[in-house]
Design a protein around this ligand. Sequence first.
Ligand SMILES: Cc1cc2nc3c(=O)[nH]c(=O)nc-3n(C[C@H](O)[C@H](O)[C@H](O)COP(=O)(O)OP(=O)(O)OC[C@H]3O[C@@H](n4cnc5c(N)ncnc54)[C@H](O)[C@@H]3O)c2cc1C
Length: 390
Amino acid sequence: MKVQVCIIGGGPSGLLLSQLLHLQGIDTIVLEKYSRDHVLARIRAGVLEHGFAKLMREAQCGERMDREGEIHHGIHISHDGVMDRIDLSKYSGGSSVIVYGQTELTRDLYEARDKLGGKVIHNAADVTPCDVKSDRPYVTYRDGDKVIRVDCEYVIGADGFHGVSRKSIPKDVLREYERVYPFGWLGVLSRTKPVSAELIYAKHERGFALCSLRSQVLSRYYIQVPLSDTPEGWSDDAFWGELKHRLPGEVAAKLITGPSIEKSIAPLRSFVAEPMRYGRLLLAGDAAHIVPPTGARGLNSAASDIYYLYHAMVDHYKKGDDAGLDGYSNRALARVWKAQRFSWWMTMLLHRFPDNIPYDNKLQDTDLAYLFSSEAALRSFAENYVGLPF
Ligand SMILES: Cc1cc2nc3c(=O)[nH]c(=O)nc-3n(C[C@H](O)[C@H](O)[C@H](O)COP(=O)(O)OP(=O)(O)OC[C@H]3O[C@@H](n4cnc5c(N)ncnc54)[C@H](O)[C@@H]3O)c2cc1C
């Protein structure tokens, strides 16, 4: 089989890029390790930047997002028994974010791929990028006993943090930067009315909590837990009880609880791999970088990679201009690191760190007090939260 661009990974990054390129007449194939149902069962991101939403519309996938997604103009941070609101629109010059679940977004992308007859291979086993330093790279995968070879001009590694693409770059080329945090987030999805129309980030001496949502009938709540905890060790009652402890009294009193329809623990990690290009292999999204979810930047950072890649590929195929491809790694990394900084900062600001000395706790309180006492700090927060320009 021969295509122009072979994309490894059928998550949001891979699907969005293949859809955008297809619309420009560039031939792609997506190789996904798991079944479609498996990919669609993942509960992940929910907060989208407008830059991402624009790209979804350009990919002709934005109709349901625009109909069902919720525009949020602010967020709340609760601390020391009080709740402060950050008016994102006021401090960002009129911008906002869209709350729309990653599961729904991925479903929209799959449907759009189906409609155009896009090539998406599921259950592709042992996917292996080969000869990516040459002008004739190819990718192999296994379908049962058959090994299939896909010849291509470029390979996109959009196969997430645990994928094969990044690992195929030699160790003496790849530099990895990582911080692992000493806790995780226990997340619960429940078919209940959200406790607040806008997200509440709660800093509490028992640990961080987040009240998020996917729609007006689907709530997503998180609490900070030690990495040694397991979802099975947390009954629904224990989860709701702990969440209430960490929220201001008036919010806890309004919280509607119900059975969890999904419960999982996500470890928190900051990670960047450089460079994002090796020969004709280009990394995108979680394959190259991970952020702790505190700043809601993960999926949004993937979107900026796709934006740069999409334009670089179009310039290459339509104008014979390789500047975008040559500069891709540096350009993408410049924005990736800014998202890393903001996500790290929000994580440090709002979580309880087991090894903190009293001095560290005082600095954390001061950082928060500064945020709410300075218009410059609020502007900086809002600018980062709604998303820096691509
Ligand atoms: C609990 C949680 C909450 C989050 N909340 C937010 C948020 O609010 N906002 C935000 O912006 N981000 C958030 N994120 C991050 C966001 O979900 C990711 O950044 C996003 O999924 C990245 O998309 P991707 O397509 O790059 O990678 P993935 O979604 O990981 O997709 C990669 C795909 O590649 C496939 N694959 C893996 N290995 C192989 C292989 N060997 N061969 C072929 N295919 C392979 C995988 O099955 C997967 O389908 C959150 C993440 C978590 C875990």
